[in-house]
Every structure is written in structure tokens, then in C-alpha cells.
Design a protein around this ligand. Structure first.
Ligand code: HEM
Length: 599
């Protein structure tokens, strides 16, 4: 082929013209989104204001909590993080966006957590649901299976698995373990027994059955694709073409492969089927029992309770029951595991903290206020442990990304800036948990003592602003379930075991993909030498009135305005123990003389 100089010349000219035109269009676009839209007055990084790519690349660092904290430090209480998105940090904004009278719907980010055309639109999928009438109906229907009272009805199931698991952990003392794995195994076993009354014994098997890996991968995808929801919606075509069974296999494939690799090093007896396959079988069994009217009248697990509700109120459709049961695992395991692991990590790291909690536990045991497998309500006899839990909840909430909402019709002014309708807006729970106006100048520090220094009003304000379980109408439906597990597991783990980091002095690395886990933090534990026997093991009476599940309560179960932490402050622990009139049984006298040390 023959080209003359004119051909080269004209194609070079047209390329140059194309580049110039593209540059001009891009510059005009940048100028428009940066300077002519109503968000132009909101401070923030330049690139964030012209393209969502800035935010997506930050998401891909898996360090979103630190990104948002740094942004607020640099730019103030309102920051533009994308052409159409801002984050805010004040308690006032929190009230406006998420409060009881809020009209802010969930943002498009949540589309990525939904099915993108998998189903027929009639699913129960709380996290991504936008139809508020349907949402309210579904929450009302499933509500009785998640109340604080019902959690006490299923407590026996939790006791059994915890008794077994703590024995296994004692046998494994001295091993180096990833704290995230151990916490996931514990949380998964607890949620299995709470849901179905039985567990496949993940902690005992000591291997990921694929569920931990799968959940991590799913969040790894959802947390960034949420910022390009069109991409997720495009999957609808994939879902239409590929049959549902094949889709499930494809979704599970990476975790099945990982599971195989892990399990090969284990004896065959320890092999364990994927939790989602296990779950589907249990759901089918329950429906079969239901069809043959073999359901027990007294529900001791959530599956039975939901089927009872379905029998009473057919508006709770069978597939909604299945989906809600699946939610216990999809939404419950990782979050509960994060709460367990971050609490333990803080307690190990804060000098003297573990010893102080253990002393408190021993004193409560000796006073007959704490069972060998702690009851949910007995957490009230552990004010210092509760204060530590409050600290870890505020400093390391499970969700580490802003809870995205949308400015409603008409727009509004917030933090002195005008935000047009449709602007995405949110507060990161990590940011609210470190709010200095609530927690003081040292809000970034883990210091449980702060909870003893607060007035009841201050404590109430901290409680009301907690975002640990989400906020308002869209707050977590599983909070009583999760809190019931935490109230039992945390005292038990410290009653029986002494914890330490495998590499002392190491930092606390996180991996945040909406769910914010500790990343590769290795721990060890030893059995504690002395675990006191309780004077009398009779379970405490349960009460309909319960303290708030978000943080420690400002009033006791009888309704008196007694803050257990303040009570703890006024009666210092040793004094409180001295004043208790302990029954002088042989066991209590013998225990009182023994030193409490870690083996
Ligand atoms: C310690 C454990 C848990 C923590 C820290 C936690 C935290 C949260 C948070 C922060 C939200 C709000 C998310 C948002 O607004 O985007 C939420 C929502 C949700 N949680 Fe939990 N959760 C826990 C356990 C559970 C359990 C056990 C279940 C099982 C039922 C559950 C089910 C859900 C569901 C379905 C939603 C969506 C609600 C909605 O969007 O309206 N969570 N959770």
C-alpha cells in the first residue's frame, strides 16, 4: 500500500483536533461539576469533585474509615467526596439525616447489595429495600423472632454450643490463631444454634467452610461497585441468561476452592459442608416439619418462631421466611465476629485492662451474679467489661463506610451548605464514634474509664448518637440477637482464658469493605488457672424491661435511674466486693484465698 505525506499529515491533524476537542469538553465538564453545581461550595479534594473514580480508588484501598477521618480533619464537618456525594460528621446532621422524622431514603450504593434481577422483585432483602411500605410490613412480621425477650427463650441453645466451644478452646491453648477466624467460627456457631437449634461446629472443625471467604469476597465486590450501581445492574442480563443453580455455584466457586485447599490438610472427619448448603437443607427440613405439623409449640430457635408467625399470619410468605433465615448468616456472622475480635484486641492492647475485667468477673462469680456460661442479663454485673465494650463499639464499629442516604425533595441546608435534592450523603460510624464533642479531646483513644466519668446526660447523648447498630428506622433488626451473643461470649472468653498478641506491639491493621475486619492479627490464649465456682448457679429471673442494646443502659431493669457504670465508680470494685455478704460456703471460702493468675 502506498501513503503519501498528505495522508499522514491529514490523519495527524484530525488526531490533534480530536485531542483538542476532547480536552475542551473535559475541561468544560470539570468546570461545570466543580464550579457551577450547587455542591461547588462544599470543600473536598479536587479530583473527588470532578469524578467518582477518586472515591472508588479510595474504596479499593480497603481503608475507608481512615480516609473519612482524615478528610474531616482536613476539610471540616462536611466534605465533598464525589461529584454528587458528601460526607458529614456532626451529631446535628446525624439527627437530621437518620432521626425519627427523617425523610432521607437509602442511597444508590445499596443497589449493589441487592439481587440485580436475581429474583422476581418480591424478595425480603432489608439492606437494599427501597419500598418503605413493603419494608415496614416485613419488619413488623419478622420482628417477634428478634425481640430481646425471644433471645432469652433461645438462650439454652447458645449455652450448649458455648460450653462445647470453650472446652475446645481450652484444649487448643497455646496455638497461634488469626483472631478474625476464631471470632468468625464462634459467631457462626452461635448464629447457627440461634437460627436452627443446631450447629455444624465450625470452631471444632477449625476450618473455614467457605462462608467466611465468600462473605469477604462479596463485600469486597459490593463495597466499590456500589459507587457504580449501573455496573451491578448490568449483571441483570447475566442473571437472565445464566440459570439460578449455576449462578449459585459460580458465586460459591472461589470459596469452595479455598475451602478444599484448607480442608485437605485436615482429617476427613473434620470436613464440613458449605454453610449455605447446610442452611438450605435445614430450611427445607423445617418446611417439611411444618407441612406435616411437627413443629414444636414452644419455639426455641428463630426458624421455628418464624414458621409459627407464618402459620398465624400468612402475610409472612414462605420465601420471606427462608430469606430472613439466610440474613442471620449473611448479615449476622461477620458483624458479630468483628465485634468480638475488635473487643478482644482492644482489651489485650490496653495495659491492665484484661486483668481488671477478669477481677471483675471473678468477683461477680463469687457474689453469685455470673453463671459459668454467662446469661445475657448478667452483663449488668460487669460494668468495667461493659465500658470496654462501649469503647470498642465506638472506636471500631463493624461498618466502616458512610451509611449512605439521599437528600429528599426540595433540598436542604446542612453544615451551612446548600445541598440539592438527590445529593448522596452519609456519616461514617467510625467518624461518629470519635466525635470529640461527645467523647472529649481524647476521643481517639481507648479509655474505658471515660464511661465512669460521664454524667447520666452525657452518657445518654453518647448512647443516642451511637451508630454501631445503624440508626433510626433502618437500624439493625438483628441487634438483640447480636447483643445476646456478645453478652455471653465476651465474659466467657475472659473468664476462662488469658489472651495475648502473638506479635506483641503490632499495629491493628484493618481491611474495610463496608464490613471492617481486623486483618491478620494473630493471638494466643492460655487457660486461666483459677476459675471460681459460682456460689449458686440458679439462672437470674428474666425481665420484660431491658437495657438499651446499643450501649450500656442508663437505667436498671426495675426502671430506676441507676447507671451500672456510675454505680461502679462510686463503689470501687474491691470495696463493693468487701461489702457483699457472700454465703459462706466451702467453695466460696476456698476460692477467696486462691490467687488469680494465668497459667
Ligand atoms: C454485632 C453485630 C451486628 C452489627 C454491628 C450490625 C450492624 C448493623 C448496621 C450498622 C446496620 C445499618 C446498615 C446501614 O444503614 O447501611 C445494620 C443493618 C442490618 N443488619 Fe445488622 N448488625 C449486627 C448483627 C446483625 C444480625 C445478627 C443480623 C441478623 C438478622 C443483622 C441484620 C441486619 C439487616 C438485615 C440490616 C439491614 C437493615 C436495613 O437496611 O433496614 N445484623 N446492621
Amino acid at each position: 500500500m502506498y501513503f503519501n505525506n498528505d495522508t499522514f499529515g491529514s490523519s495527524a491533524t484530525s488526531l490533534t483536533s480530536l485531542a483538542v476537542v476532547s480536552f475542551v469538553i473535559l475541561s468544560l465538564y470539570c468546570f461545570y461539576v466543580r464550579e457551577l453545581t450547587p455542591l461547588r461550595n462544599v470543600p473536598g479534594p479536587f479530583f473527588a469533585s470532578i469524578s467518582p473514580l477518586w472515591l472508588i480508588t479510595r474504596q479499593r484501598t480497603f481503608q475507608r474509615p481512615w480516609v473519612d477521618l482524615d478528610l474531616h480533619k482536613k476539610y471540616g464537618p462536611i466534605v465533598r467526596v464525589s461529584p454528587n456525594e458528601v460526607i458529614v460528621s456532626s451529631t446535628k446532621s446525624r439527627h437530621v439525616i437518620y432521626g425519627p422524622t427523617s425523610k432521607f431514603p437509602k442511597g444508590d450504593w445499596y443497589i449493589a447489595t441487592g439481587s440485580a434481577g436475581w429474583g422476581d422483585g418480591d424478595e425480603l432483602d432489608f439492606l437494599s429495600e427501597l419500598d418503605m411500605d413493603k419494608y415496614r410490613l416485613q419488619r413488623r412480621l419478622v420482628g417477634p423472632a428478634y425481640t430481646d425477650n425471644f433471645m432469652r427463650q433461645i438462650e439454652g441453645n447458645l449455652d450448649k454450643i458455648l460450653e462445647r466451644n470453650i472446652d475446645i478452646m481450652i484444649q487448643r491453648a497455646g496455638r497461634i490463631e488469626d483472631i478474625d477466624h476464631v471470632a468468625n467460627f464462634l459467631a457462626s456457631d452461635c448464629l447457627q444454634v440461634a437460627t436452627f437449634g443446631e450447629s455444624k461446629g465450625l470452631l471444632e472443625a477449625g476450618v473455614d467452610d467457605g462462608s467466611i471467604e465468600l462473605t469477604m469476597r462479596l463485600w469486597g465486590y459490593m463495597h466499590w461497585v456500589g459507587y457504580v450501581p449501573r455496573l451491578h445492574r448490568a449483571r441483570k442480563w447475566f442473571n437472565i441468561i445464566v440459570k439460578p443453580k449455576l449462578r449459585i455455584i459460580l458465586a460459591m466457586l472461589p470459596s469452595l476452592l479455598t475451602q478444599k485447599a484448607t480442608i485437605h490438610s485436615k482429617p476427613a472427619s473434620q470436613m464440613t459442608e458449605h454453610v449455605f448448603i447446610w442452611m438450605r437443607k435445614r430450611i427445607r427440613d423445617r418446611f417439611d416439619s411444618f407441612a406435616s405439623e411437627n413443629l414444636p409449640t414452644q419455639a426455641t430457635d428463630i426458624a421455628t418462631r418464624l414458621l409459627q408467625i407464618h402459620a398465624e399470619k400468612p402475610a409472612l410468605k414462605p420465601h420471606w421466611v427462608s430469606e430472613m433465615l439466610g440474613t442471620n448468616f449473611g448479615a449476622g456472622v461477620e458483624t458479630t465476629a468483628i465485634a468480638i475480635s475488635s473487643f478482644l484486641d482492644f482489651v489485650i492492647s490496653y495495659p491492665g485492662c484484661q486483668e481488671k475485667i477478669q477481677k471483675e468477673i471473678d468477683e461477680a462469680r463469687a457474689a453469685g451474679e455470673l453463671s459459668k456460661i454467662p446469661k445475657q442479663t448478667e452483663i449488668e454485673s460487669l460494668p468495667y467489661l461493659s465500658a470496654c465494650l462501649n469503647e470498642s463499639k465506638r472506636l471500631h464499629p463493624a461498618v466502616g463506610s458512610p451509611l449512605q442516604r439521599v437528600v429528599p425533595h426540595g433540598g436542604m441546608e446542612l453544615e451551612g451548605k446548600w445541598l440539592p435534592a438527590g445529593t448522596a450523603i452519609g456519616i461514617n460510624p467510625w467518624v461518629m464514634g470519635r466525635n470529640k464533642s461527645l467523647f472529649g479531646a481524647d476521643a481517639d483513644t481507648f479509655r474505658p474509664e471515660r464511661w465512669f466519668e460521664m454524667s447520666p446526660e452525657q452518657q445518654k447523648a453518647c448512647e443516642a448518637n451511637s451508630m454501631f447498630f445503624g440508626v433510626g428506622v433502618r437500624s439493625c433488626p438483628g441487634k438483640h440477637l447480636a447483643q445476646a451473643i456478645l453478652n455471653k461470649v465476651l465474659p466467657l472468653l475472659l473468664m476462662e482464658l488469658c489472651w495475648s498478641h502473638a506479635q506483641p506491639g503490632a499495629s491493628r491493621p484493618i481491611r474495610s469493605a463496608f464490613m471492617t475486619r481486623l486483618h491478620k492479627v494473630n493471638v494466643q490464649w492460655k487457660k486461666r488457672k483459677v476459675v471460681r465456682t459460682m456460689v449458686h448457679e440458679t439462672p437470674q429471673e428474666t425481665s420484660a424491661e431491658t437495657p438499651s442494646q446499643n450501649t450500656i443502659s442508663a437505667s436498671d431493669r426495675s426502671g430506676r435511674n441507676v447507671n451500672p457504670i456510675r454505680r461502679h465508680l462510686t463503689e470501687s470494685l474491691p470495696e463493693a466486693t468487701k461489702n457483699r455478704s457472700l454465703p459462706q460456703t466451702e467453695a466460696s471460702l476456698k476460692d477467696a484465698d486462691e490467687p488469680i493468675v494465668c497459667a
